[in-house]
Write a protein that binds this ligand. Structure first.
Ligand code: RIB
Ligand code: CA
Length: 312
């Protein structure tokens, strides 16, 4: 078991973001949570992060971030996450307020105060880009950026683009050209970590508040994916970005140059990975996750949720 690395989770809950937050709360040193417009609007992603904090009884501050991308209009995904962004489970009323400090100010402060901090964005990269624009030197102070987003090949929101990148391509370009130590959990990877009825049953069998919450979340998430693709399972995207930090041994990786398409009529939001079989490809700027030990990863996720006490 690796040390509990310090993580700032920047997210857009979102069903899989909720799993990422509970996973980070149980297996990392979860320093803070910042929220961004993505799966649903900022008010909802922020409320949802607060709901997940309540379900897990997590002692972690939450800061609200960007309500819209660097350019263009906000993009949402109610078809996958429902109108609330966390449709499915009964959502408790949060008992704690979010912080008044804006997310970008909090991100910058934590990069100065916390040694070895990992930024783990699991939504559009707007907040991270804003922080990098204010202080590009933060890349020298953090351990890295482990993000869920992009793809070596196929998209999901368009044939070319994955949702988090398409929701703010300009922000993604800022991040991938920042010089930071980047880990990318793209769709090629996260679609290897699909969960279905067996995993729902395992979560429910935990007989805990978190277990029931996880089972109800995954049931809704899976049914939405089944409705759109016919497959009775759902890719558990966002926890992969957390596990890449806490348990890198679960993954195979390759170093690649990743660039973000911002202008293509059909390809805006695409992460173009230079996988050419050449001696001299473009200089790599990211560690791209290529394979996951699915069974070990699920057992790790289940073990993390098991660590929450029954009433938590
Ligand atoms: O494309 C999948 C990503 O978009 C995940 O982070 C999901 O939560 C949505 O934000
Ligand atoms: Ca997300």
């Amino acid at each position: 078991m690796s040390q509990r690395p310090p993580i700032l989770l920047d997210c857009d809950p979102g069903h899989d973001d909720a799993f990422a937050m509970l996973l980070a709360g149980a297996t990392a040193n979860l320093i803070a949570v910042t929220t961004v417009s993505g799966n649903v609007g900022l008010a909802s992603t922020t409320r949802n992060a607060n709901v997940v904090r309540e379900v897990g009884a997590l002692d972690v501050p939450i800061y609200a971030g960007a309500a819209r991308p660097l350019a263009g209009e906000p993009l949402h995904a109610p078809d996958i996450h429902g109108d609330s962004g966390l449709d499915g489970p009964t959502l408790p009323t949060p008992s704690r307020e979010i912080e008044a400090t804006p997310a970008v100010e909090a991100i910058l402060r934590y990069t100065r105060e916390v040694d070895g901090l990992w930024l783990v964005p699991t939504g559009p990269l707007t907040n991270i880009a804003h922080a990098l624009r204010v202080d590009p030197t933060l890349v020298d102070r953090i351990a890295g950026i482990s993000l869920m987003g992009g793809s070596r090949t196929f998209g999901n929101t368009t044939p070319a683009a994955e949702f988090n990148i398409l929701a703010d391509p300009e922000a993604a370009h800022v991040v991938f050209s920042s010089g930071a130590n980047i880990i990318m959990a793209g769709l090629d990877l996260t679609h290897q970590f699909r969960l279905g009825w067996d995993e729902i049953d395992a979560f429910r069998a935990l007989n805990s508040k978190v277990g029931v919450f996880a089972a109800d979340l995954l049931t809704f998430f899976m049914e939405r994916y089944e409705a759109r693709s016919g497959m009775p399972s759902a890719p558990m995207h966002d926890p992969c970005a957390v596990m890449a930090v806490t348990h890198p041994e679960l993954f195979e990786t390759e170093r690649l140059n990743v660039s973000v398409e911002r202008y293509g009529e059909h390809t805006r939001g695409m992460t173009l990975c230079d996988t050419r079989e050449l001696h001299h490809r473009q200089e790599a700027n990211a560690t791209v996750l290529t394979r996951i030990d699915r069974e070990a990863a699920f057992n790790h996720l289940l073990g993390a949720l098991t660590s929450y006490t029954a009433e938590a």
